[in-house]
Design a protein around this ligand. Structure first.
Ligand code: NAD
Ligand code: WQD
Length: 418
């Protein structure tokens, strides 16, 4: 009778995976006559085991036994493709801090291996890293053969909108073939869980804002945008056909900022296309002046509006999505979530807030509109709030502070006192 109520207690606190749960319950049944009280607590993804007992030595052994079971189970792990990239590296930090075992695969086409040092410096754990290209199925298969992960977060893709217009075939080849390889190997090796990096770009310019997950996807403005739409369709069709696979696509809005430690952040190659790296590089004197594209939009201040989401909040959404899959909470085998703040902020508001929080003045000029820019975009994130229990928590102030701190670190400024 006592054991039954303990089982119930364990179930209520939802241990991370069913295998760990089964083992712990077996232990209670067969050996743990000494246990008086056993509580498994999940606090923001961190796991603790509390046992109260009047039987000292036995309970210590029991504690270590249970802890190792939980730990070994968690160590089934996550394969993170594109894990040395901007969003990938911040997500790896969140995963490691939540206790997951992580293997990164990246071809370093748009990132640097030194990012692993930053991840290690933040978490104290060095994730496994394999330099490989997701287009090469033979190399990828070697990782799957070892069977050390049951989930995949697939970031690896080329992402420069302008470049995709010039090199469409490269974008289709990279972004689509990589995903097909991943899904094929998930089937072959019974890897059940996939989290995919999608984008608000699939909505184009919605007629009604904020964009919900039901907002119609429009014809893509660029080959890059089209790859996200096609990849979502490939996933939807695949989970329909193959029962063994479940997937969550996260549609990111505009990720900005860096880890508060400034040990990892965005590493743009060449002249940045995105607003924030251009802002920070201008503030650092690397770029002469920031061009603000258009002041004649039909918005309150005439400037474009976006939903800027802190990179650490975005990273946390991946852990929330993974937990939903692992804990068997999905309502359908393929789910889509908007990952944004729900707040629209104009380009000029970004510039003015950046100046204010960092106590500097930015050289900018207002130029004509950038071809292909949409006027306004922001998310309705309530589905992610309700279903994933995920919220964007960082203020724009904190985010723009971290962006500048990271830029200073890249420039070799000593920021140790800050
Ligand atoms: P990133 O370029 O910093 O990271 C992508 C990583 O994937 C890089 O490290 C790159 O070297 C690697 N990569 C690319 N092709 C690969 C391949 N074939 N095999 C192995 N590794 C490969 O980009 P990011 O901003 O971190 O974006 C991550 C994902 O999120 C991408 O899928 C991107 O399309 C998507 N996304 C990004 C944004 C954004 O604004 N940054 C917005 C929406 C969606
Ligand atoms: C933001 C705002 C610019 C640079 C891109 C991709 C999209 C998605 C998100 C991946 C706009 C203005 C910018 C500059 C400026 N990525 N701006 N001066 O355009 O929302 O979307 O990132 O999936 O696919 O296209 O982001 O950072 O380029 O621009 O005035 O030098 O800043 O006009 O209003 P965008 P962005």
């Amino acid at each position: 009778m006592v054991l039954r109520s303990l089982e119930l207690l364990v179930l209520l606190f939802c241990p991370h995976t069913s295998l760990g749960l089964a083992n712990i319950i077996m232990m209670l049944r067969t050996k743990a006559t000494c246990v008086n009280l056993f509580i498994f607590v999940n606090l923001s993804g961190k796991y603790s085991l509390y046992i109260l007992s009047n039987n000292g030595p036995n309970i210590t052994l029991f504690y270590y036994f249970c802890t190792s079971l939980i730990y070994s189970d968690m160590r089934k792990g996550v394969l993170v493709t594109g894990g040395t990239g901007y969003i990938g590296s911040h997500t790896v930090v969140e995963l490691l801090e939540a206790g997951y075992y992580v293997i990164i695969v990246d071809n370093l086409s748009n990132s640097d291996e030194s990012v692993i040092d930053g991840i290690e410096a933040i978490t104290g754990i060095r994730p496994d890293f394999v330099k490989a290209d997701c287009r090469n199925i033979e190399t990828l298969e070697k990782l799957f053969e070892k069977g050390r992960f049951d989930s995949i977060i697939h970031f690896a893709a080329a992402k420069a909108v302008g470049e995709s217009v010039e090199k469409p075939l490269e974008y289709y080849h990279n972004n689509i073939l990589s995903l097909i390889n991943i899904i094929s190997l998930m089937r072959r090796y019974n890897v059940p869980n996939l989290v995919f990096s999608s984008s608000c770009t699939v909505y184009g310019q919605p007629e009604v804002l904020p964009a919900t997950e039901q907002t119609p996807r429009l014809e893509a403005e660029s080959p890059y945008g089209n790859t996200k739409r096609i990849c979502e369709d490939i996933i939807r069709d695949s989970v329909k056909a193959y029962d063994s696979i479940s997937a969550i696509a996260l549609r990111y809005f505009n990720p900005i900022g860096a880890h508060p430690s400034a040990l990892i952040g965005e590493l743009p190659r060449g002249i940045p296309n995105n607003l924030l790296p251009y802002v920070t590089q201008t503030a650092a004197g690397i770029r002469e002046v920031l061009s603000i594209f258009g002041d004649d939009y039909n918005t309150p201040d005439g400037f474009c509006i976006r939903d800027y989401i802190d990179i650490n909040d975005l990273a946390a959404a991946h852990v929330a999505a993974l937990k939903r899959m692992i804990c068997g909470k999905m309502k359908e085998n393929f789910e889509v979530f908007n990952i944004g703040t729900g707040r629209g902020v104009s380009t000029m508001e970004i510039v003015k807030t950046f100046e204010k929080v960092n106590g500097l003045s930015l050289k900018y000029r207002i130029t004509g509109r950038r071809a292909g820019d949409i006027e306004a975009m922001w998310a309705d994130p309530s589905y992610a709030n309700e279903e994933l229990g995920w919220y964007a928590r960082k203020s724009l102030y904190e985010t723009l502070r971290s962006a500048w701190k990271w830029q200073q670190r890249l420039c070799g400024v000593d920021i140790s006192d800050e």
